[in-house]
Design a protein around this ligand. Sequence first.
Ligand SMILES: [Fe+2]
Length: 181
Amino acid sequence: MSATTRTITAPPSTAYKIVDVPELQRDVIKRYAVPGTFVGASEKESPWVPFGTNAAIRHLAFDVRHNIFSNILWIKSKGVVGTHKHRGTVVMICLEGSTRYLEYDWVATPGSFIYETPGLTHTLVTDDPNGVKLFGWLQGPIEWYDEHGNFVETSDVWWFMNHYETYCREHGIPINKQLYL
Ligand SMILES: [Fe+2]
């Protein structure tokens, strides 16, 4: 280890201040970097949009370059969100309540982490009388099937944007540009 290398076992600064750091590409970053985003907790910033009769989706982010969409799925009481197949990767955290898939033997409770990969097909249920809230960061299309295994529809970033914008238009809610990455 050289004299200038330090092994980090804790953050090297805990100073409560904005620190200016060196940046060799400062000029191109300034011109081309895409800002991050922030969506507050208020329904004014993103409303709960009905998804069937017992569920709603609170949209958080749409990335049309990568077919990525992020949201909170709320199943309001004991119920099912039907069989679907992923063509991309999904990251989820259970925020409230509990949920499971009929195909697996685990139950997600608040704090549980779920990772789904392309090709998986499963059926989401909640047995909790208070349902479940799931934060999701989803990439790629989701294919929906009926109870007989017949393909019905594909949901991708365009579907989720249309779901959000249609509801906003019908309810006079301004489109929140912060949702568009
Ligand atoms: Fe899934």
